[in-house]
Design a protein around this ligand. Sequence first.
Ligand code: NAG
Ligand code: NAG
Ligand code: NAG
Length: 351
Amino acid sequence: MALTTPSITLHTFFFIFYSVTSFTITITLPTAQRFKEAPKFYNSPTCATITHHPNDTCSANRVHVAMTLDVTYLRGSMAAILSVLQHSSCPENIIFHFVSAASKPSSATVLNHTLDASFPYLKFQIYPFNDGAVAGLISTSIRSALDCPLNYARSYLANLLPLCVTKIVYLDSDLVLVDDIAKLAATPLGSDTVLAAPEYCTANFSAYFTPSFWSNPSLSATFAGRRPCYFNTGVMVIDLRLWRAGDYTMRIQEWMELQKRMRIYELGSLPPFLLVFAGRIVPVDHRWNQHGLGGDNFRGLCRDLHPGPVSLLHWSGKGKPWARLDANRPCLLDALWAPYDLLHTPFALEA
Ligand SMILES: *[C@@H]1O[C@H](CO)[C@@H](O)[C@H](O)[C@H]1NC(C)=O
Ligand SMILES: *[C@@H]1O[C@H](CO)[C@@H](O)[C@H](O)[C@H]1NC(C)=O
Ligand SMILES: *[C@@H]1O[C@H](CO)[C@@H](O)[C@H](O)[C@H]1NC(C)=O
């Protein structure tokens, strides 16, 4: 924006030139990260053609992907985006919807420029999320990173995204796909199911809620008539039309308000999703969320893959592959994340 004008203003407004320069520096420094440009990815000949619509976001046959975006996890997000494009047979049909914290408008600018520079062909939009409003609803969890308001943005997608977007794949930033996202997006939800995700019915579901929750019949009755199973909210296919119609954002928020008054769970944004949806989702093959690769929430030990095929690797848990690779203490599976890393190493910058 302002960067094109300094050469004209230089002679007459020397001081303005300097203030423009220092402004640019103050908005780019917080990331201190430079990313490489990704190659362009093309549709294969068999891809559905995108019907013309005056507003590209609303044209048919799009695959809509939602992610949160912030400076801290940017390196993960960039790798996730690259992995989605690289394994898609119709990458040009994908639109990304990024949600960033409204409290940091300058970082939205940085994120916007970073995305533009690394993915010049990407169709995307950035939506400011009113993180200040949700902050008051968050009670502290066992892992402070889970308390970031942006983690809760996934509950507000239906409100943030345009009404013409009716189905979305939500993805966390600490994952990579190794399969075509269109297959996941095509998960049939039926006429009355809001959400699809891999379910884990062997996990101890009781452990996600406190004894005071289970001992209160008026609360635990919420699971009556359901067979609730754990699912991970880092990978979800959501029917936004049904979500809006049923005002699920409000239902999730009601549990968060209760949690502020009495402790009914220990984790962050996950338990309210379980309260509202567990036992009511369409199960997706486990290959689409090989989760837990970040290790446990306490020590961050290395974890292995679950048995079976892999379409998506998810470093949920405390450890992140980029941090472990940087520290020279990677887990074995972190080597599968590394090929998607777009960060310029300091050495590459010198070259
Ligand atoms: C991102 O940059 C584009 C131009 O490259 C601009 O049209 C858009 O408004 C920007 N969005 C944000 C959130 O800064
Ligand atoms: C497309 O429509 C959505 C809402 O329907 C709006 O937020 C967005 O700005 C529109 N984009 C363009 C390019 O008009
Ligand atoms: C499941 O978790 C609850 C609460 O943490 C615990 O009391 C119970 O023993 C666990 N059950 C099994 C089968 O591990």
